[in-house]
Design a protein around this ligand. Structure first.
Ligand code: SPQ
Length: 436
């Protein structure tokens, strides 16, 4: 585990310049998983070299896959084929990464060997029944702790059967877990989601030549396909870009261009929400890269206003709410978020932890069961705790742009799980951020 790190941000300043934030975390995980199961050698560019994606990469190395890199974002995966993974000698430690654990649980339930998945304190307190329950319906045997958390002990029985599953929550991790298990199940695995969630798994399976049928909110897969090695170009992560979309919106005299950002419509809720609040965001040079839409995003300072966030945008911006709460704190009037209960079971309880920190900074932020009510106003000064959650740490750093004094943020080491370069890129643009 990384050592404890404290950030301190001095108040004020503007953000100006052009940067490229690191590769998309969701796609980086999936590129390793599918590349490992493919026939042939897959080359990945733009891979996210951060702890979460590395947890996935190391897990596949531990299952006998030869993976070179990452070097400058390039990874070469020598695929072992759908049935070529080897039993790991030890439990697979997945650090802080929910995506690794939930997607791997599906994939490993379909293998013919046993495996154990573990993680850090945060990951081992996150709910896993959302995946183990439907996997059990497919015939998987997975032992959890009494309260449904990891470590997960997965029996490799190799005889899964397809199910027709209506997901009770909108979760790309649950959907992806079941699609990966469905690659090993007899008959069709049919997954229906209650609202659109990120569809990188479906797109990437298609890119590897594996048939997945998509019909509205339903995706169907079976065990008849093969994955064929391919080239993957991972765009920049819109969830990392989001810190600067908000930062440049709230800080006066700002003008930032974020290059080569993935703008898959299942991920762009943050742009829609900020625009509804009055943000000035231009989407430039739209293009398609390896089956995923990409663009440069130019964002300039604007006067934000509070809004009622439309609930249909919640799953499309689920990881961006910590920093959107900072935008709301800087907006004129009231912002209301509802329908976002899922935020309570992320790396931290993102509703409570953000409300606590904002209140320490003098913001009128009231947590509710499934969201938050924030009355925009001044941001003060103080010491807040990120509770080891990367997105909380970066969000409070951005709040410094409009604070009246310094903000000290404890427990920031996990910024390395998704965005190691955050401090360097943020200071390059003008944020007065240091490690103390
Ligand atoms: O991987 P992890 O820890 O779950 O990461 C987070 C994040 O903020 O980085 C969530 F805390 O992103 C998830 C996201 O919230 C990544 C993800 C994916 O790649 O499929 C899907 C979302 O989770 P969920 O639970 O809504 O399916």
């Amino acid at each position: 585990m990384s050592q404890s790190i404290t950030f301190q941000v001095q108040p004020g300043g503007s953000l100006r310049g052009e940067i490229r934030v690191p590769g998309d975390k969701s796609m980086s995980h999936r590129s390793i998983m599918l590349g490992s199961l493919a026939e042939g050698v897959t080359h990945v560019r733009g891979f996210l070299n951060a702890e979460d994606a590395m947890s996935t990469l190391e897990a596949f190395r531990a299952m006998g896959v030869k993976i070179e890199g990452p070097v400058n974002g390039e990874v070469t995966i020598h695929g072992v084929g759908k049935h070529g993974l080897q039993a790991p000698a030890q439990p697979l430690y997945l650090g802080n990464s929910g995506t690794s654990m939930r997607l791997l649980s599906g994939l490993l339930a379909g293998q013919s060997f046993d495996s154990v998945l573990t993680g850090d304190k945060s990951l081992e307190s996150r709910p896993m029944r959302r995946v183990t329950a439907p996997l059990a319906l497919m015939g998987a045997e997975i032992e959890t702790q009494e309260n449904g958390t990891a470590p997960l002990h997965i029996k490799g029985k190799g005889n899964l059967k397809g199910i027709n599953y209506e997901m009770p929550i909108a979760s790309a991790q649950v959907k992806s877990c079941l699609l990966l298990a469905g690659m090993y199940a007899e008959g069709d695995t049919v997954v229906t989601e209650p609202a659109p969630t990120r569809d990188h798994t479906e797109r990437m399976l298609t890119g590897f030549g594996y048939p997945v049928k998509r019909d509205g909110s339903t995706a169907t897969i079976n065990n008849q396909g093969q994955l064929t090695a391919t080239q993957i170009d991972v765009p920049s992560d819109i969830s990392s870009a989001a810190f600067f979309l908000v930062g440049a919106s709230i800080a006066p005299d700002s003008d930032v261009t974020l290059k080569h950002v993935g703008i898959n419509p299942t991920r762009t809720g943050v742009i829609d929400i900020l625009r509804l609040m009055g943000a000035d965001i231009e989407v430039l040079n739209q293009r398609s890269v390896g089956g995923e839409p990409v663009a440069d995003l130019r964002v300039r300072s604007s006067k934000l206003k509070g809004i009622d966030i439309p609930e249909h945008l919640v799953p499309l911006a689920i990881d961006e709410f910590p920093v959107l709460f900072v935008a709301a704190a800087c907006a004129e009037g009231r912002t209301v978020l509802t329908g976002a209960k899922e935020l309570r079971v992320k790396e931290s309880d993102r509703i409570q932890v953000m409300a606590d920190g904002l209140q320490i900074l003098g913001v009128d932020a009231q947590p509710t069961e499934d969201g938050m009510v924030i009355n925009g106003g001044a941001i003060g000064t103080g010491r807040v705790d990120s509770h080891g959650d990367h997105r909380i740490a970066m969000s409070f750093s951005i709040a410094g742009l409009r604070a009246s004094g310094a903000i000290t943020i404890d427990d920031c080491a996990n910024v390395n799980t998704s965005f190691k370069e955050f401090k360097d890129l943020a200071t390059q643009l003008g944020l007065k951020l240091s490690v103390i």
